[in-house]
Design a protein around this ligand. Structure first.
Ligand SMILES: CC(C)(COP(=O)(O)OP(=O)(O)OC[C@H]1O[C@@H](n2cnc3c(N)ncnc32)[C@H](O)[C@@H]1OP(=O)(O)O)[C@@H](O)C(=O)NCCC(=O)NCCS
Length: 211
C-alpha cells in the first residue's frame, strides 16, 4: 500500500480497521458517511479524520488514494463500497496475526481481523469482514459483502452467500450452504442449509424469520 488510505466510516469498525493497519501513517483519515453533526462534534480527534462525504470527494479528486469500507452492517457497507469502488482502489486490510494458508483467493476491500485462521483453498469476494479469531476451514467460499463475526467457526466446504452475516461464536458444520443475505445468530450451530434472507438462531439453528 503506497497510497493514502481512506477509511469510509468513522465508528467502531473504522477504529478496528485503523488499529489493524501495520503502518498507521498510511491512513489519510476516516470519513463520516452519515453526515451527523453531533457525531462529528463528539469524534475522538486522536483518530485521523477527513470529514464528511463532501470532504472525501474533494480529497479523492486531489490525490490518488486507496480505500476500505468500514461499516459492520452488510447492507450499508455494500452501499458505501459500491459508491466508491469505481473511483478509489479498494484494498484489503489484514491484521498481522492472521494465519492464511495457501491458495487464498481474496477479493478487494476486505478486512481480516486479528488471530483469524484460514485453511487452504478459501475463496472470499469483495468487501467482506472476517472478524477477530474467526476460523475459516478449507474449501470455503464466502460471497461479497458478507460478515463473519468474532470467534465464528466455518467448517470445510461451506458456502456462504453474498451479504450473509454469521454471528459471534456461531458454528457452521461442514458442507452447509448459507443463502445470500441470511443472518445466523450469535452462538448458533448450523447443521442444515439456511435459505437466502432467513434469520436462524439456536442449537441446532432454526429459522425464526424471513426478510
Ligand atoms: C440473531 C439476531 C440478529 C436476531 O436479532 P433480531 O432480529 O433483532 O431478533 P430478536 O432480538 O427480536 O429475537 C427474536 C427471537 O430470537 C431469539 N434470539 C435472538 N438472538 C438469538 C441468539 N443469538 N440465540 C438464540 N436465540 C436468539 C430471541 O430471544 C427472540 O426469541 P423470542 O421471540 O422467543 O423472545 C441477534 O440476536 C444476534 O444474535 N446477533 C448477532 C450479534 C453478533 O454476533 N454481533 C457481532 C458483531 S461483530
Amino acid at each position: 500500500m503506497d497510497k493514502q488510505l481512506i477509511i469510509f466510516g468513522a465508528s467502531d469498525q473504522a477504529k478496528v480497521i485503523y488499529h489493524a493497519l501495520p503502518d498507521k501513517g498510511i491512513c489519510a483519515g476516516m470519513v463520516d458517511i452519515f453526515g451527523n453533526p453531533a457525531f462529528m462534534e463528539a469524534f475522538d480527534r486522536s483518530y485521523p479524520l477527513i470529514g464528511d462525504l463532501g470532504d472525501a470527494d474533494q480529497f479523492i479528486q486531489e490525490s490518488g488514494c486507496t480505500g476500505i469500507a468500514a461499516i459492520g452492517d452488510n447492507a450499508r457497507r455494500k452501499r458505501v463500497y459500491e459508491m466508491y469502488a469505481n473511483r478509489v482502489e479498494m484494498v484489503n486490510v489484514i491484521h498481522e496475526t492472521a494465519i492464511l494458508q495457501i491458495n487464498l483467493l481474496l477479493g478487494k476491500g476486505c478486512y481480516i481481523g486479528p488471530r483469524t485462521v484460514m485453511n487452504h483453498q478459501v475463496e472470499i469476494g469483495d468487501n467482506v469482514i472476517i472478524n477477530t479469531a474467526a476460523v475459516i476451514e478449507h474449501d470455503v467460499k464466502i460471497g461479497s459483502h458478507a460478515h463473519i463475526g468474532p470467534g465464528a467457526v466455518v467448517a470445510g466446504n461451506v458456502e456462504i452467500g453474498a451479504g450473509a452475516f454469521i454471528g459471534a461464536g456461531a458454528v457452521v458444520i461442514d458442507g452447509i450452504r448459507i443463502g445470500a443475505g441470511a443472518v445466523i445468530g450469535a452462538g448458533a450451530v448450523v447443521i442444515r442449509d439456511i435459505p437466502a434472507d432467513a434469520t436462524a438462531v439456536g442449537t441446532p439453528a432454526r429459522v425464526i424469520k424471513n426478510r
